[in-house]
Design a protein around this ligand. Structure first.
Ligand code: FMN
Length: 352
């Protein structure tokens, strides 16, 4: 087994079986209280969750965030998740195509189109890998797996704790700009994986033509935490120190939406109430990752489907209780913002 394959197997195992959540930090989505309507004058049938994203219609504002790819374990998982995304009308993100860039014969491992013919499918690559390989092979790989677009992950905190991880994060912004210029029609979503995107990151991304982000904020899976469990000695001690590092999902969502990005709120999305709060802060949709792995381990595709049904039903209930029919209307619902979230929100524009 290659080093990459070993790491990916560790990631799936740790996310399925260990406590890798943030310890003392939450998403702060719980500090968005939407005001209840006792007279909604709606029935549940009136609530319609459909949204558009990356040029495709989704039945609900939810996608499966990037998890895995390019290893034997990953193939079956991705195919089951993609088929479920097709059944439910959700988006689906493949994990990193780095193994495919190294070995083009792995292309069939990323192939999900036969089970997800009309689903929004996104490929994935790391920002530093994009710098190393250049945009041309990445775009070619995205096309070769018939993905609709690409998510590019930024994860400097995780890399700094990961044994043998990257330590040089220069040139990523320029590489993103080159990617946008090379193929302006390719939907690109720049994402964090659990430390969030700041207001300044938003301004930088905007300057190179990025229009879509997945904020991947703090409060769900801690990727510093995952790598801490894989690290040894001083690196492990450093990981313990930075386990809770990052911007919670709620302020990151608000900041980037305020800047005009199409936002996927991710990092700690666990319930329909979380999705509703994120949409109220301006997200177009929400993304979920680690719970899919845990439910899949426990009860296969059926258990993941139950989780998705639970999240979407919770969203419908919230929308009815707020008196709105469409996800886009949640942004206009009166809300009470808790004091911790208000403090984060106050630092956004003023830090630019
Ligand atoms: C097992 C696993 C592997 C992941 N691998 C990737 C990856 O290859 N690329 C990526 O951009 N994000 C990856 N992620 C990060 C997720 O897409 C997401 O940003 C993060 O886990 C926060 O969401 P959560 O709190 O719902 O887990 C992975 C997540 C999990 C659980």
């Amino acid at each position: 087994m290659t080093k990459i394959a070993e790491r990916k197997r560790d990631h799936l195992d740790l996310c399925a079986t260990s406590d890798v959540n943030f310890k003392n930090k939450t998403t702060l989505l719980e500090q968005v209280q939407l005001v209840h309507r006792a007279l909604p004058e709606l029935s549940m049938e009136d609530v319609d969750l459909e949204v558009q994203f990356c040029g495709k219609a989704l039945s609900a504002p939810l996608w499966m965030s990037a998890i895995t790819g390019g290893t034997d374990d990953a193939v079956a998982f991705n195919r089951e998740m993609a088929a479920l995304a097709q059944k439910k009308g959700l988006g689906f993100c493949l994990g990193s195509i780095k193994p495919l860039l190294r070995d083009p014969s792995r292309r069939p491992d990323y192939s999900v189109r036969d089970v997800a013919p009309t689903t929004l499918v996104m490929a994935n690559i790391g920002g530093t890998e994009l710098v190393r390989s250049g945009h041309a092979p990445v775009v070619e790989a995205v096309r070769s797996v018939e993905a609709d677009g690409l998510t590019v992950h930024l994860n400097p905190a995780m890399e700094l704790i990961q044994p043998g991880g990257d330590t040089d994060f220069k040139g990523v912004l320029r590489a993103l700009g080159e990617l946008v210029s090379a193929d302006p029609d390719l939907p690109i979503v720049v994402k964090e994986t659990g430390c969030g995107l700041s207001y300044l990151d938003g301004a930088a991304l905007k300057s190179v033509g990025i229009t879509k982000v997945e904020v991947g904020g703090a409060g769900g899976t801690s990727w510093v935490g995952v790598e801490t469990l894989r690290a040894q000695g001083r690196q492990k001690t450093l990981g313990e120190l930075f386990w809770d590092w990052g911007i919670p999902t709620a302020p990151a969502t608000d900041w980037l939406a305020t800047q005009g990005f199409e936002v996927v709120a991710a990092g700690g999305i666990r319930t329909g109430l979380d999705v509703a709060a994120a949409l109220a802060l301006g997200a177009r949709l929400a993304g979920v990752a680690a719970p899919l792995v845990r439910h899949h381990r426990e009860g296969g595709q059926k258990s993941v489907e139950e989780l998705i049904d639970f999240i979407l039903h919770g969203l419908r209930v919230t929308m009815l209780l707020c008196g709105v029919k469409r996800p886009g209307e949640l942004g206009g619902v009166p809300r009470i913002i808790g004091s911790d979230l208000a403090r984060w929100l106050a630092t956004g524009p003023s830090a630019s």
